[in-house]
Design a protein around this ligand. Sequence first.
Ligand SMILES: Cc1cc2nc3c(=O)[nH]c(=O)nc-3n(C[C@H](O)[C@H](O)[C@H](O)COP(=O)(O)OP(=O)(O)OC[C@H]3O[C@@H](n4cnc5c(N)ncnc54)[C@H](O)[C@@H]3O)c2cc1C
Length: 318
Amino acid sequence: MADTSALRRLMERISCGAGFSGEFRFAEPMASHTTFKVGGPADLWVQPALACFPECAGALLALAREEGVPVFVLGGGANVVVADRGIRGVVLDTGAWTGCEFRGTGEDAAVTVRAGTSMDALVDAAAGQGKGGLEFLAGMPGTLGGAVWMNARCMEKSISDVLIETEITGEPGGRLTLPYREGDFSYKKSPFQNSKAVILSAKFRVYRREPEEIRREAEKLRKDREEKGHYCAPSAGSAFKNNRAFGKPSGKIIDELGLRGFTIGGAAIASWHGNLIINTGNAAARDIRALADAVKEKVRASLGFALEPEILFVGDWD
Ligand SMILES: Cc1cc2nc3c(=O)[nH]c(=O)nc-3n(C[C@H](O)[C@H](O)[C@H](O)COP(=O)(O)OP(=O)(O)OC[C@H]3O[C@@H](n4cnc5c(N)ncnc54)[C@H](O)[C@@H]3O)c2cc1C
């Protein structure tokens, strides 16, 4: 547990200085904030309200730095495995910082999306406005902030393919707008993975499209995920990244080694998809980690290369 007096002081300072409103709780179980449904308590979980999110996020990062308290930013918890011992320091939850604003009609049409907005809410809002270009994100769990941080990818498209700029806070320069630069992003990589900044919002290119067409395509993609068993059990999506150098997708590599159904404790490789680690009901985070390590080791021993986990192991693992 981090120094509780530092955490209480931090909350007092943020309430007085930055006019905090929202929710916060000490020793908050992270299992209820992640799609894997595992994870012990965060020392302090803070979810600033919509009205004060940017100010509070910036103040929280600055005060935490002064108090020597680590901060972890949580979106939808759809790509993380939080340790059974939980997370030391503060978890800043973006969940209340939602909404999007559409501007322009022709070539310059764009949407600015707050970090806590879910992918489905964004796609539905775009359909309502008759703005296409973001349909590929339909059915993907998590938030916009997490998707930009991860450079999330589906249907052969990465979120960086439609990105115009990102607004962040917490860097020494305070609140900054960073235009998209080719070369900063690549497969499942974003520049934010090397920074402690909080993504506040991102702006994307969109184009005029019939609302019904957008809805039809989004529904098809959601149904496709359903049929592929994405939502059958708690998980964080693909367990391992793909790597062209390996000649085939990671799921196929795992399948061909006969590892579907391979189980450790309450964690298993899904019987219907080689690249999906699932919580069968009572998994501990350590079961998921042990299973990912075991699969990696089996692949290395049989084929001589190392799969790279896509799911992130976060929190207090030592
Ligand atoms: C059933 C299922 C299917 C999935 N399918 C796909 C898929 O097709 N393609 C794909 O790419 N992924 C997929 N995923 C994984 C997941 O949906 C994405 O990685 C998603 O973008 C994670 O977003 P999140 O908000 O949940 O991030 P989180 O899991 O909360 O966080 C992920 C990382 O982003 C950081 N982060 C989050 N928000 C911010 C912010 N505002 N500022 C700074 N850092 C932040 C966190 O600190 C963490 O390091 C799937 C997951 C599930 C459960």
